[in-house]
Design a protein around this ligand. Sequence first.
Ligand code: ATP
Length: 272
Amino acid sequence: DLPLGPEVDVERPQLSFDDVGGMERVKEEIRMKIILPLRQPDLFRAYGKKIGGGILLYGPPGCGKTYLARATAGEVQAGFLSIGISDVLDMWIGQSEKNLHALFEQARAHRPCVLFFDEVDALGASRSDMLKSGGRQIINQFLSELDGVSASNEGVLILAATNTPWHLDPAFRRPGRFDRILFVPPPDQPARATILRLLLKGKPVTELDFDALAKKADGFSGADLKAVIDIAVEAKLRVAMTSGKIQPVTGADLLAAIKTHKPSTRDWFETA
Ligand code: ATP
């Protein structure tokens, strides 16, 4: 076993792109940049297209960056390793470089494998916590792992996410590193309808007008919609517990829940 600080398990996600609502453009870019090269490397080489490099996803919180990364792994039946950069910095103090290397090695040992880094903006050289924890060294280690200095990254699909891409050290954006930067937008109305449909699948519901509900949920992220459904389901569950009968969730329940919940993506655009 590798000497990792926090336990990091290789997941085998059962999700696919069909489980992700909206984001057609982002999915297409991921297909072209990392899924197809993995499936048909010879074709890419024949056209002189370079394989490798990672994708940086950015956008407001809760709009499915982590979820999409997990679904990417599911699409190609790859393993999935996910770690927050703050874990690398906080929990591995003094051992960050060694453990970062071990993490890449673990992904290499499980290839094909999606290696997902959340909150990569924490690697901004100007961040005070970075300077405290010997910032430059960990950045350099990360860059050399991305460049495949110690071992090839073939079959290792590297994705990272941030809500604030402008904080990331520019060295990460050079070719062969995170050279593709994709905006993961808040879901538009059709995407919100799809997400609601996906999240309510298998739950007892009446016939619902998903488009009308989605329209009322302007500015809601996927995570907001999930919260809305939780509120509506819990309210119904409480009724069901006293009556002993299963009662389907109605459009009115969902509308009421939408009214109580504040859409989270607007703040991001205001501060971004
Ligand atoms: P953060 O920036 O806070 O890490 P995120 O953008 O990574 O947020 P996720 O954690 O991936 O967002 O999304 C939260 C949850 O919302 C997911 O687990 C999923 O259930 C739901 N969700 C978000 N976006 C979608 C989507 N497009 N389709 C289906 N479900 C979604």
